[in-house]
Design a protein around this ligand. Sequence first.
Ligand code: LLP
Length: 420
Amino acid sequence: MSLEYLNNRLQFAGQDITAVAEEFGTPLIVYDEAYMRHQMRRFHNVLSLKDIPYSVSYASKAFSTLGMIQILEEENMELDVVSIGELYTALKAGFEPEDIHFHGNNKTPEEISYALNHGVKFFVIDSVDEIGLIDSLASETVDVLIRINPGIDVDTHEFISTGQEDSKFGLSLITGDALKAVKTINDSRHLNFKGLHYHLGSQLSVYAPFVNALIRVFDWLDAHEIEIDILNMGGGYGIVYTEEDIPFPIEEGFDVIIDKLKQLCEQYERPVPHVMIEPGRSITAEAAVTVYKVGTIKTIPGVSKYVSVDGGMSDHIRTPLYGAEYEILPAELTDDENQEVHVVGKLCESGDIIGKNKVLPKNIKRGDLLVVKSTGAYHYSMASNYNQMLKPAVVFINEEGIKEVVKRQSLEQLIQNDIL
Ligand code: LLP
């Protein structure tokens, strides 16, 4: 993704960001379509080089809109969904149901029936109790994976760490739940056991946990003489929000992970399973920026300066929720000195912070534009209407120019379900 100043004006993916914001308004989420495609191809390339059966599935929770899903289809991606809403969006965009996987720790009967009726590729079973539920709702054979909890601790924020033993997700290898699930599936009327899934956590920058998970999984498979066709290693590949972040080394990491997989298959005399991965953030996060307009500026002499923008935690929840750090740039550079300021939103919460102690020009003023980097994942998809804020518009920049893919929410839409 290219972000650079030209004659002191910030250019994103070859477009003048101020001009884009003037056309579509703010807050605005702007994606570089080529960057997303590039990331999808990186995953495809590294796995195809390893000469194994594989597929790359996009975790639609990171950012899913009709326009995004069309790109996934063009790039030969599969898709994982965790709700009827994500599934509906994918189907409406024309995504093939046989490339969609249905996840979730509490799929409702309504969601299961909807997914069955539309013929999703498989369900990822998250609990023993879900097995009977899907079996009772199915009328023909349904492929399933089980989501295991491999009991691997990872170095990330506790809210996005999922592979540890004490988690609401997955069937434990240690307590026997995973084994019980496989047996229950094998005894079921309609469910066909295809393999395993795990997701260790998100924003991981090292591959060692993936290697350790493989060792644990193969040991378990061997101990219980379980055969699998599919091994889904989940997502979680880390990206760069600020210069302190180390991105997951996609090429080197998968080279090592798949070599380990091959070695384990050889050691246990098993065929290499179909490998699946589920990147979300690493496809879209760095592909987008959010553009805000500066409003009120409050200076507390000798203490701090607050620069308020026209969005906030309704479209930028990751800082209030996880303490996530972002880089913030002015859309236009001035000759003025810099100073540290707090960039905050306009919502009624002191925690409505976009960035604390951010270095910005001293003469920043009402009407200036600020650009927050790496907002392409878990921003639009986590946006809310708190304070009756309108969800922002989203545009894609591609070779043909700028394409609006989500309109800004209207005031009418805000109350459309209200009943007087
Ligand atoms: N597969 C499964 C089963 C997942 O639960 C997730 C993310 C992914 C794949 C994709 O992970 P990614 O590659 O995007 O890291 N709202 C949080 C992230 C929650 C992630 C939940 N699961 C955030 O903003 O950081």
